[in-house]
Design a protein around this ligand. Sequence first.
Ligand SMILES: [Zn+2]
Length: 397
Amino acid sequence: GTLIHATIKKQQLSKFQRLIVAGERRIFENFILTKATGRFRVTKHAYRMAVMNITSIIPCASLSDDMYLDLVDFERIHNDGTLTENILIDVIGQVVNLGEMKTHLRLDQRLSCTLWGTFAESIFDACANNGENKFICLLRFAKINSFKGERSISNAFEMSLLQIDPDLPAVLDFVGNLPKDGLALTVKARVPKVDKSKQKAEENRRHPIQTIANLLNYYEEGKFRVVATIYAIDIEFAWYYFVCLKCNKTAYKVPKVENDVVKKNKKTFFSCRGCPEIHTKVEPRYKLIVCVMDSTGQSKFVLFETDATSLTHQSSIQMLDGNYDEIQDPTKIPQPFLNLVGKTFQFVVSVEKDNIRDGSDTYKVAHVFLGLDDEINNVEEPSFGSYDLASIVSGDQ
Ligand SMILES: [Zn+2]
């Protein structure tokens, strides 16, 4: 036997989910076979299966206990240029150093392994339970990554499977080959401090790249990277709003009473939904709408405080300079915004309910990468098919 990648569409999940149990065998009848492509191919199989509405899934007696592991040793990961990064692999390793989180095969052979979310939590738990003792990890469907010629592995979103000290022949073999006086587990820190901004940037880098045309035609919630050029600043609406510093909710200016004697320095009051009385404890926040384009189309992106600040090098507080109640001349666009026109950035935007249900072509920006990284010069042909990770529920046979 062997493994093949099978997908079930989100809409069909409720129908098929209960028919599939991890580790059990099923007979599939009537399904679609397509060529396996993309960056996250679960198996070496040249094709992948897609379940259709008319597919029948029938229980089947177990034929063997084989898990069809596709184990790749560290030597090959490091040195075998023919090993494609597009196909996920299985790796057995011993955790010897947490914090940098290295696994090793022999004393002289190590491999960096980056794990996210629940995968990382499992490792921390295993460390806590094992004390100084080493333990073995089996990471199935791991992604090979390269950075500056150095290869490492990571989990591939939620597709990977992590088992700690699994009772498998392959694992026993691995343990048997370990040096007897092997390294003790050196835990650098029980829970390593993570550089949040670095982690966020790295997570953002994992979103698939899309063109604007594809973004406009996408009807499921999700995040994508889009390389786009700002061609105008949209000033139809104010580029800022106010937040209450006490309750963190949006604050609105209290209109001044008409015929009121206009005094100089008269304070502007704000009301918000979280506080009982009007007050002045507010700060502005960016909500800057930029018009963007790429070779396929045009759209609008909304930038919030963090990203607008990193692009303009000025916070909204600095930009307004305390003039909270002056009516901004709508024809006068602040120079720091105009400086953005003509520049190209890599944005991470989210497709949300508004975009799907109401057809809004304005997308919220979750992150902006400053400076184009090399990947942009080497953008893969975008295709939702190969990145349709949300619909993948099973990578098993
Ligand atoms: Zn408030």
